[in-house]
Structures are given as C-alpha cells and as structure tokens.
Design a binder for this molecule. Structure first.
Ligand code: GTP
Length: 593
C-alpha cells in the first residue's frame, strides 16, 4: 500500500467508555465481519478479558475505508501494562479519544492522552454514548478542552451502541490523522509491538514497519535479543487472518518465524534484515520488570507437578511474569512469582484456578525491597518477606515509591485524601476542574499493592480513577510483621510493613483472621508480632458441642458462605500444627478493611 493511503491509529478510552464496542462497529461498518459474527466483542478475545470487561493484550485490525487502509491498534487499558501501551502508541500516528458523554474525562484517559500527545499523535475526540439520557456532550466537549487542553470543536458525537457517528469517525481518521512516513529503500526496521503464543502458529509477532520492507522468506535479526529467524508467514488481521507476501514501510501486521517462546520476542525490540542490517535499533526499548511478588502454593501438595506444568504453559503466552521454585516450612513446594502489578497477579491466579483447575494459596504480595547489610555485607534485593535478614544485620532498607494521579468528584475528595494520608502519601498537588479534583501524591508502592485500588473505588462509589508510575527507591523504617496462629508462625501471611502502620495492619489482620478461621475444639490465639513483640492479638473461642454454633455471631452470612464453599471444596483447608485454615482466609486476610 502507498504510504499516503495508510492510517495507523489507536483508541484511547477509560475503562467502560466504549472502546471495544466502537472498535467492533468500525470493523462491522468496513465489512470485516458480518452481523451474525458480531455476537461477542471481537477485540477482547480472552475469556477473562470479556468477563472483567478489560483489554489485556493488544490486538490490531486492518480496515478498508474509501480507498484507504486503516490499522486499528487496540491497547491494554490498565496501568499494569503501561509499557505495552507505550509501544502500541509508538506504532501509530493518531488516536481516537473516546470519552463517555455521561462520565466525562477520567484519570486513566488523561495519562494515556498525554502519552499520545508525547508521541506527536493527532487526536480525534469522540464523545460516545450520546444516546444515554444522562449524556451531556457539550459539557464533556468543554471538559476535554479545559482538562486536556486540545481543540474539541471538531469532536465527533457518537453512539457506538446505536451506530451513530460511525462514518464520521472513519472519515475523520482519513482526513485528520497523518499518513505514516519512512524510507522504503532503507534497511528494514520494524518495531515489535506485541507477541503472543498461538497453539497452531507458534509465537505470533505484531510489528510496525518503520523503514524498508518485511518479506516472507526473509532472514531477520532481533536487534535487542541478538537472535536471527526465518520469516515463514506475513499477514494482517481483518480481524480474521489474511496472509500477505510482505509488509511495506508504514504498515502494521504480523509475522511468524517458528519461534517457540514469547520470551524471545520482547515488546519494543527492533527487527532488521539479517543480511542488510540497520545501523541502530529503534529507540525506546525497555526491559519490563515484575514489581509485585507473591508465592503460589497448591492447597494439595500432590498438585505441585500440575502447578509446575500450568505455570510453564501460562508463561508461554506471557513473558512479563516470572517464576521460580520456592519451599516453605508450612506450605511445602510452590512458586515465587513476579508480576507487573496486582491486576496482573489476579489474572494469572484466576487463570490457574479456572483454566487449570488448581486450588492455590497465595501468599501476601510484596514489592522488591533493597537492603544494605551492615559491615559492608553487601546488597540484597528482597523479593520474599520470609528471606528478610535479622534486624541487626540490616544497615538500611529501601522501598519503591510511585507518583499517583487521582481524579475524583469533589464530594469524595475528603475520604480519598484521608486514604492517601493513611497510606503514607505525600501530597504534591491538588487542583479542581469542573466539580472534580485532581490530586497528585507520592506513595510507597507497598501501600498500594494490597487493596488501594479497591478502597479508592469503594470510597468514591466507583467514580475515582487512578494512574501511577514508579519514581525510585527511598529509605524507610520497614519491619517484618509475622502472624502467629496458635503460637505457630504462618509464613504465608508475614509481610513487610512500615513501623508507623504496623499496628493498624496487624490489628486488621488478626481481626479478619478471627472471622475467617473456623472454631476448633480448643481456644486459638491469633497474634501479629514484630520480632518477639506482639502488637495485636485476638482469640477464637473454643467450639461448643452444638456444631451449628459456628454459623452465628460475627458476620453470619459470610461465615455461612465460607462453610458452603468448604463443603464444595475438596481439600481446601491447610493444616497449621493442629489448626485448619481455609484457603479463602489467605486471600481475604490480605484485603485490609
Ligand atoms: P475496556 O475494554 O475495559 O477498556 O472497556 P471499553 O472501553 O472497551 O468499553 P465497552 O466497549 O466494553 O463498553 C462498556 C459498556 O458501555 C458496555 O456495556 C457497552 O454496551 C456500553 N456502551 C458502549 N458504547 C455505548 C454507547 O454508545 N451507548 C450506550 N448507551 N452504551 C454504550
């Protein structure tokens, strides 16, 4: 395709503002799929994505419109996948900015728009859901101008659901978004935008050609990985696979090259011709590092082998999570896994449970701490609270901090500020735009990984939005808090906390465990301790003869649900000395109230 006829664009939208619905409409209108094939959303093609209504993996679709080729790049919609987003944006010249006509601009939208502007994108605002009775398109138009600072006078008013404004959007893409540029005769440079494992095709690699041409049968070199491969397929998605002979400069499409492991095809790498290589790789390559770690152990020790196989299979499709074997005195054999963030952790854990039918115990998620040992003993990166050295061996301990942007309607601002304060946040900025506040905070990542996002949502009835990036390590007064059940330490629940929040955390944890651990025939003390010092304590009283007694008192419905689940489960209890702890307790206990 001629360069002047190509348009590469992505869609920026806050969760639920209608990105997937709009993408499906564009595909339908340009003839990619017949009406009967539109039953399920096409771009969100993983089961969990559908259920949670979020986009996890980037996908791309080629559309034909009035003699032009439009490549729609779908981008992941969550902070955990920020690097993938940045590469998708680097592959485009413009973006549709979809804003819900009833909800207005949200923090995640802002972060992505600014990123898009940094990539010099032409931004086409689309005010979606104008069919809703609560829609206020003019207010939202003004908000886009005030808050984001771009011209919204030409914003397209649309309803992805009812099919209003779809042709106008397609025309606007052709008219307003610039064609890509690049030298067709230069040595090949193609950016690796995404990769995933397909059981039939092997590793599929999504690329944007920046210079030269990619051809079937070509020997290519991955400039960061240093490996060479023979391209055996070239093509695009419409959204069905269409095979092509080549991808010219400016084009987006996929290749396969008999690659077995996605870890070899890292997002951001540069593909070049092995025989006529480019002088230098494309800028912006970054090695993504897991930031949140936790242990995953099978409830039934006999499932360890199954867990090993399942994790290896999942890893085939996701190079961004890491795992290594771990043994725990209480939990036996398992894996210490690293994730890009808490959502990423939950997705992997859910897939292991659901697709591979495993009952798992998840230990307290932890960030990576940097420890300097005394007497020049060196430096360690601590991934697991269980490996924390004795306090007298620690010279300093540092934790990662983030810069968070929170966007919230005025009426909830007070409780959100308190939440940030409680989490050791340092306020950097606070501004108001049209009944909404934008707060910027520096926060320790450790205070955010547990339940910050959930708390933020519940305190604001779902209206607050949140975005963050890491800003480096800072020294802190951090200590290891252990949990003892019936005098036995439960290492899966031990965590590293700041001394100032230890007592609150400890009390929350023991109170929760008191609710979650069923009564036994004897009294069970539950304690939180730092070193040898107990900072919080609860006691589960002994069970009376009457077995139904445990259904009453406390939160009866929750306990009953718990009991129902226990009945269904096979061996969903973990024995700690003489105490049985239900599987749910491990995860639930970590959700601070
Ligand atoms: P993520 O994939 O999480 O980013 O969400 P999304 O932005 O793709 O949102 P999605 O397309 O899944 O739409 C969210 C909800 O809004 C769905 O229930 C849609 O049916 C609904 N929706 C989308 N567009 C419109 C619209 O124009 N009008 C109305 N009334 N509802 C819409």
């Amino acid at each position: 395709t001629e360069l002047s006829k190509i348009r590469n664009f992505s869609i920026i939208a806050h969760i639920d503002h209608g990105k997937s619905t709009l993408a499906d409409r564009l595909i339908q209108r340009t003839g990619g799929l017949a009406e009967r094939e539109m039953s399920a959303q096409v771009l969100d093609n993983m089961e969990i994505e559908k259920e949670r209504g979020i986009t996890i993996k980037a996908q791309t679709v080629r559309l034909d419109w009035k003699g032009h080729v439009l490549n729609l790049m779908d981008t992941p919609g969550h902070v955990d996948f920020a690097y993938e987003v940045s590469r998708s944006l680097a592959a485009c010249e413009g973006a549709l900015l979809v804003v819900d006509a009833a909800q207005g601009v949200e923090a995640q939208t802002l972060a992505n728009v600014y990123q898009s502007i940094e990539h010099d994108h032409e931004i086409v605002p689309v005010i979606n859901k104008i069919d809703l009775p609560a829609a206020e398109p003019e207010k939202v138009r003004a908000e886009i101008e005030d808050v984001i600072g771009i011209d919204a006078s030409q914003a397209v008013l649309a309803s992805a659901k009812s099919g209003i404004g779809i042709d106008e959007i397609l025309d606007a893409i052709v008219e307003r978004i610039p064609a890509p540029t690049g030298d067709a005769d230069a040595p090949l440079k193609a950016m690796l935008v995404d990769s995933w494992y397909d059981p039939y095709l092997g590793v599929v690699i999504l690329v944007r050609v920046m210079a030269g041409t990619l051809k079937k049968g070509q020997q290519i070199k991955f400039m960061q990985a240093g490996t060479t491969h023979l391209i055996d397929r070239v093509g695009c998605f419409r959204p069905k696979i269409e095979q092509l002979n080549d991808l010219g400069v400016g084009e987006i499409g996929f290749i396969t090259a008999q690659i077995k492991d996605v870890a070899q095809a890292r997002v951001g790498d540069t593909l070049t011709d092995a025989k006529r290589p480019a002088a230098e790789a494309l800028p912006g390559f970054k090695e993504v590092q897991p930031v949140v770690f936790c242990g995953l152990f099978p409830v039934d020790a006999n499932d360890f082998e199954k867990l090993r196989e399942s994790i290896s299979k999942l890893r085939l499709n996701d190079a961004s999570f890491s795992f290594e074997m771990e043994t725990s005195a209480a939990l036996g054999f398992g894996y210490r896994c690293g994730f890009l963030g808490l959502l990423h952790l939950e997705i992997i854990q859910e897939r292991l449970t659901r697709e591979y039918d495993l009952d798992l115990i998840t230990t307290a998620p932890s960030v990576v701490y940097q420890i300097e040992l005394t007497h020049g003993g060196g430096h360690i990166d601590l991934h697991n609270p269980a490996d924390m050295p004795e306090p007298n061996k620690i010279e300093t301990i540092s934790e990662p901090w983030i810069n968070a942007t929170i966007y919230v309607p005025d009426e909830y601002l007070g409780s959100i500020l308190k939440l940030c304060q409680d989490r050791r946040g340092i306020q950097k900025n606070l501004t108001y735009v049209g009944g909404r506040a934008q707060a910027t905070y520096e926060l320790p990542l450790n205070e955010v990984v547990f339940d910050f996002y959930d708390r933020l949502k519940s305190l604001s009835k779902g209206y607050a939005s949140f975005d963050y990036h890491q800003i480096g390590y800072r020294e802190g007064d951090l200590v290891k808090m252990g949990i003892l059940v019936n005098e036995e330490p439960v290492d899966a629940l031990s965590m590293i906390v700041h001394r100032s929040t230890a007592e609150v955390r400890g009390r929350g944890m023991v109170e929760r465990l008191k609710e979650l651990i069923p009564r036994h025939l004897f009294k069970i003390p539950i304690q939180a301790a730092i070193g040898g010092k107990v900072i919080a304590r609860e006691t589960i009283s002994a069970m009376r003869k009457d077995v139904t007694a445990k259904c009453y008192g406390g939160d009866a419905t929750r306990k009953r649900k718990l009991l129902d689940k226990q009945k269904k489960g096979k061996a969903k209890m973990r024995e700690y000395g003489s105490v049985s702890i239900p599987q749910e307790a491990f995860i639930a206990a970590l959700r601070m109230g």
